[in-house]
Write a protein that binds this ligand. Structure first.
Ligand SMILES: Nc1ncnc2c1ncn2[C@@H]1O[C@H](COP(=O)(O)OP(=O)(O)OP(=O)(O)O)[C@@H](O)[C@H]1O
Ligand SMILES: [Mg+2]
Length: 312
């Protein structure tokens, strides 16, 4: 393990001791992984390279290096859609926020028994709330102090997250998949601390080929050490294959089911697109307080038990 990876690991363990997740970090740095962090620190401006490894304070300086790397993602002026983005206006008790907190704590609970950092959000059909769920899940995760989250719009066919966040769609994922863009040139930050976003990029006609070409997996491997969670929005699973391809690059899948809308046989078909252990949660979206027993929920979240063979 290189000196840089060792230092990063140490910094992550220290973060974990203050409430983070030590176990997330080590397995994320696969030996064959392209050395994004090593490369970038070594090629970073002299000031940050020097500051990265002063003789006396390696762990503090490593945290500094991570911040320096992430600062390369431009800070943009987002104008979030306040109706759909539940956590941007500072009202912590809006309808739906509590259910996202529940989803968050269930994901953390699962994480105690499995590697769970890259989470794909999908559903059977269009308009069931995938983008709504992924964006609000990312927001509720960064509400916890010190947690860094990367939200990726991997729905290259009908991208929506940039509109919900009120920001630009490009440059983004399609530029990375098609060409030589680097990770930080497609990533952006907005007003919410620690929330980073990779939009879909310019629309392309070969989405299926691009999603399957291996570069997305490489992108995830390269940026994973920088984040506590990576939340990925996707197209619906039944009409197109992108979601099942994306799931192979993720640790878990959260399936959104639209209450009183998703036909059960279609939901089952979508579910069959993913191996058993990949499905970490089902979100029942749009529940009607008058017609369901979950009277206080507009939105509800369940996380299934993971079978023992999938535990690490
Ligand atoms: N629980 C909810 N509360 C309020 N608005 C919601 C909720 N769920 C979804 N919406 C709204 O419904 C619309 C469709 O949701 P969304 O875009 O998240 O669906 P989607 O499954 O991502 O669709 P697509 O398949 O087209 O990507 C959006 O305007 C979204 O803001
Ligand atoms: Mg969507």
């Amino acid at each position: 393990m290189s000196r840089i990876h060792e230092a990063l690991k140490k910094a992550e363990q220290e973060r974990a001791a203050q409430g983070g997740q030590a176990s997330d970090f080590a397995p994320a740095v696969a030996p064959e992984m392209p050395p994004l962090i090593a490369e970038d620190i070594e090629h970073a401006p002299a000031q940050s390279t020097a500051a990265a490894f002063p003789a006396a304070a390696p762990s503090f300086s490593t945290a500094f290096s991570l911040d320096a790397l992430l600062a390369r993602a431009p800070q943009l002026d987002w104008h979030p859609d306040e109706k759909a983005m539940l956590f941007f206006n500072g009202n912590e008790s809006r309808r739906g926020t509590e259910e996202f907190r529940t989803l968050r704590s269930r994901l953390y609970h699962l994480r105690e028994s499995m590697t769970l950092k890259r989470v794909l959000v999908t559903s059977a059909l269009p308009k069931e709330g995938k983008s709504f769920t992924s964006a609000n899940l990312a927001q509720v995760l960064v509400r916890q102090h010190g947690r860094r989250v990367l939200l990726i719009d991997a729905d290259l066919r009908a991208p929506r997250l940039h509109r919900m966040l009120g920001t630009t769609a490009a440059p983004g994922l399609s530029e990375y998949l098609h060409g030589p863009s680097d990770e930080f040139s497609i990533m952006q930050r907005g007003p919410m601390e620690n929330l980073f976003f990779i939009p879909s990029g310019n629309q392309i006609s070969d989405a299926a080929e691009m999603v399957a070409n291996g570069k997305l997996k490489m992108l995830l491997q390269r940026v994973e050490p920088l984040f506590d969670w990576i939340i990925i929005d996707s197209p619906p699973a039944v009409p197109v294959s992108d979601a099942s391809v994306l799931a192979k690059a993720c640790d878990g899948v959260v399936m959104v089911v639209r209450s009183n809308a998703t036909p059960i046989d279609i939901a089952r078909r979508a579910r069959e697109e993913f191996p058993d252990q990949a499905l970490v949660g089902v979100v029942l979206n749009g529940t009607n307080s008058e017609t369901t027993p979950y009277s206080r929920y507009y939105y509800d979240a369940y996380v299934k038990n993971i079978p023992s063979e999938s535990k690490s």
